[in-house]
Ligand binder design. Structure first.
Ligand code: HEC
Length: 114
């Protein structure tokens, strides 16, 4: 009796877990961040950092640091006030799972000192 019930339950849990890892739901607050960091974490302007592929724990830490004032930046300081701990977890998970942009530092560019 129990096998008929338990086996399908285990299989469907496994299917849910892998589908969830591949495609996290878009966080509610993503639209705010996307204006500068891009929905996929690739920044729209070079003055904004890319977040795609960044460590989940680093993003969470940075957002908490802006919120507590430990890390001071007028732009980000104005973004984090309404973020709950759950929002922060969801945003960090989202950006960390976006594919990182191929980035080749340009040593001849303005930052490289020409
Ligand atoms: C108006 C543009 C703007 C918006 C909107 C914005 N950011 Fe930022 N973000 C920045 C800038 C500029 C920095 C760099 C700040 C600094 O030097 O500390 C930054 C830095 C960050 C960092 C730290 C990156 C690092 O490498 O240390 C994280 C994480 C981050 N933003 C996440 C978010 C999230 C999540 C949201 C949405 C709630 C958001 N940002 C909204 C402009 C923006």
């Amino acid at each position: 009796m129990s096998m008929k019930i338990i086996v399908p339950a285990v299989l469907s849990l496994a299917a849910f877990a892998s589908a969830h890892a591949d495609t996290p739901a878009k966080p509610d607050k993503l639209v705010v961040c996307a204006a500068c960091h891009g929905e996929n974490g690739v920044a729209l302007q070079p003055i904004y950092p890319n977040l795609a592929g960044q460590q989940d724990s680093y993003i969470e830490h940075a957002l908490h640091a802006y919120k507590s004032g430990e890390r001071k930046n007028p732009i980000m300081g104005a973004q984090v006030g309404t973020l709950s701990d759950v929002d922060i977890q969801q945003l960090a998970a989202w950006f960390s799972q976006q594919p990182a942009k191929d980035y080749v530092p340009d040593i001849d560019g303005p930052v490289g000192g020409k």
